[in-house]
Ligand binder design. Structure first.
Ligand code: PLP
Length: 276
């Protein structure tokens, strides 16, 4: 396995980042997970746009996107696999204790891991903790993911694969690594970005390709939704068939099935959909 670090490719066992990297000591970093099908990254342009927005939000230097693209291409070429998750990590860099960000500049790491296609259906749980819709990090894809790790562990304890958060004003927000869509009276809705959810790339494409409405939704819509599905880079569109142990359908309902089909067809036809 070869990874990109320090400006070039290294064998994983030789790849080194300082133990005092600000990404490690205080979680001062951002990341992207990009799906790669037979070495071809999906929606890379959109992921790099979000990486740039996250860097700006965190006050990190603007990433050199030519280098990031070169790193992604090199890592994918060095590690052929049918379905990969490309991970781009960009941190504050080496920072001696007691100092701010390192003078040596940011750290860029690109790695890829083989992944399996996610099942079409899944179980989710709700968690009692809230997402802050007005925090300094709201909407940024930072490496400060410990809260998501805790919530996902709760989901796994209950035999589910994802946990759903409300925001601090009781609205439906998102999962630990996914956005959420609900069907209400036959219409497809997803929470607005003002809910504090991440601007998921799969979410945006699903909205564009299905005409789903972005709506402020009370968390309780989960109880009355006719269908629920999740979107994320590694899931695409995934139907929720159990919520907190309650069955909500035998399989994907009609609106979800259509969204799955549309997503599959459109993403195959255009592997690098530009922002609208
Ligand atoms: N929300 C959170 C918190 C995430 O971490 C992710 C992806 O990892 C998503 C939503 C889905 O975003 P995307 O579709 O860009 O993968």
């Amino acid at each position: 396995m070869k990874v990109w670090v320090g400006g070039g490719l290294s064998e994983l066992e030789n790849a080194r980042v300082s133990v005092l990297d600000h990404g490690m000591t205080v979680g001062d970093g951002i990341f992207e997970t990009v799906k790669a099908v037979h070495g071809r990254p999906f929606a890379l342009t959109r992921h790099l746009e979000r990486l740039t927005r996250s860097a700006e939000g965190l006050g990190l230097p603007e990433p050199d996107l030519d280098e990031v693209r070169r790193a992604c291409a090199a890592v994918l070429a060095a590690n052929p696999m049918p379905l990969g998750r490309l991970r781009i990590t960009y941190t504050g860099g080496l920072s001696p204790l007691g100092s701010d960000r390192g003078a040596d500049g940011p750290t860029l790491i690109v790695a890829v891991g083989e992944t399996a296609r996610r099942p079409d259906t899944t179980s989710v749980v709700t968690v009692p903790w809230t997402r802050n819709e007005r925090g300094a990090l709201t909407g940024l894809k930072t490496t400060s993911y410990a809260e998501n790790v805790v919530a996902l562990a709760r989901a796994h304890q209950h035999g589910a694969s994802e946990a759903l958060f409300a925001n601090t004003v009781g609205q439906l927000c998102e999962g630990t690594g996914s956005n959420v869509f609900v069907v209400l009276d036959g219409e497809l809705h997803t929470p607005t970005l003002a809910s504090g959810c991440l601007a998921g790339i799969t979410r945006a494409l699903t909205v564009e390709w299905t005409g789903a409405k972005e709506t402020d939704l009370p968390f309780e819509v989960l109880d009355s939704a006719e269908e629920i599905f999740l979107t994320s880079t590694l899931r695409d569109v995934q139907a929720v068939v159990r919520l907190d142990g309650r069955g909500i359908g035998e399989g994907p309902g009609p609106v979800t099935t259509k969204a799955m089909r549309v997503f599959e067809e459109r993403s195959a036809a255009d592997p690098n959909p530009k922002s609208v």
